[in-house]
Design a protein around this ligand. Structure first.
Ligand code: DX5
Ligand code: ZN
Length: 228
C-alpha cells in the first residue's frame, strides 16, 4: 500500500476538480511532485455537483505517479465507500454527515488496505468526535462548503483546526489534519500554524502558470509555519 500521508511532515495534495478533464493524463503529470492527488467524488445529492465513480478512480490510480487521496462527497457512504478502496485509492475519506456507522465503515475500509479519513462540513462540530478520532488516520476539516473549487477560505474554521489539533496531541494520537477549500499562498500558513498538516489545493495549483513551482511554494510556506 502506498501511504497517502503520515502524521509527521506537511503534505500537499492537489485537487484535480479544476483540472482539464479532457487532458487528465497531462494534468496528472503536472502535479507529480506533490504528495498525493486529491480526487473529489461527488454524487449530485450530498453536494450539488457530479464527478467520478470508482472506475475513473481506478484509471487515475493506474496513471498517477503519486498515491490517490479520494474525498467522497456522496450519500450512503456505508454502502458506496468500499468500492473506492477496491479501486486502489491509498486513502478514502468519507463525510460524517453521510455515514450511519462511521466506526464500522472505518474498520471495514482499513481491512481493504486503505488509510481512512473522516470529513466534516464547516458547520459540523468536532468536539463530539474527539473520543473516536483514533479510529481514523485523518480528519478532514472542510474550509469551504463542499461542492466546488475556487471558493473563499472560511477564516472561522481556524479555531476548529486548533481545537482538533490540541485534542489529538493531548490524546497522543497519530491523526493527520487535512484542510480543503480556499487553500493558497495567502491562507496555507495560517492553516499550518493552527495545526493542519495535509493541504488540499485545487485552483491555486491548476490556475498557476507552473503547477510544480506552486506546489513547492505551498510546501515551503506550510513547512515554515507547521506546529506539527
Ligand atoms: C470542494 C472540494 C475541494 C476543491 C478545492 O468541495 O472538496 O477539494 O477542489 O478547490 P479549491 O482549492 O479551489 O478551493
Ligand atoms: Zn476535496
Amino acid at each position: 500500500m502506498n501511504a497517502a500521508y503520515s502524521t509527521d511532515g506537511q503534505y500537499i495534495h492537489p485537487s484535480i476538480l479544476n483540472a482539464d478533464f479532457m487532458e487528465i493524463g497531462g494534468e496528472l503529470d503536472k502535479i507529480a511532485s506533490a504528495d498525493s492527488v486529491h480526487v473529489d467524488i461527488m454524487d449530485n445529492h450530498f453536494v450539488p455537483n457530479l464527478t467520478f465513480g470508482p472506475g475513473m478512480v481506478e484509471q487515475i490510480v493506474e496513471r498517477s505517479a503519486i498515491p490517490v487521496d479520494a474525498h467522497l462527497m456522496i450519500e450512503d457512504a456505508d454502502r458506496e465507500a468500499p468500492a473506492f478502496a477496491e479501486a486502489g485509492a491509498a486513502s478514502v475519506t468519507f463525510h460524517l454527515e453521510a455515514a450511519s456507522a462511521p466506526i464500522k465503515l472505518a474498520r471495514d475500509l482499513r481491512r481493504k488496505n486503505t488509510e481512512v479519513g473522516l470529513a466534516l462540513r464547516p458547520a459540523t462540530a468536532v468536539e463530539p468526535l474527539l473520543d473516536v478520532i483514533g479510529e481514523f488516520d485523518l480528519l478532514l476539516l472542510m474550509t469551504v462548503e463542499p461542492g466546488f473549487g475556487g471558493q473563499s477560505f472560511l477564516e472561522s474554521m481556524l479555531p476548529k483546526i486548533r481545537r482538533a489539533r490540541r485534542a489529538i496531541s493531548e490524546a497522543n494520537l497519530e491523526v493527520s489534519i487535512q484542510v480543503d477549500g480556499g487553500v493558497s499562498r495567502e491562507t496555507i500558513e495560517r492553516c499550518a500554524e493552527a495545526g493542519a498538516n495535509v493541504f488540499v489545493a485545487g485552483s491555486a495549483i491548476y490556475r498557476a502558470q507552473d503547477a510544480a513551482e506552486e506546489i513547492s511554494a505551498l510546501r515551503e510556506l506550510a513547512r515554515g509555519h507547521g506546529t506539527h
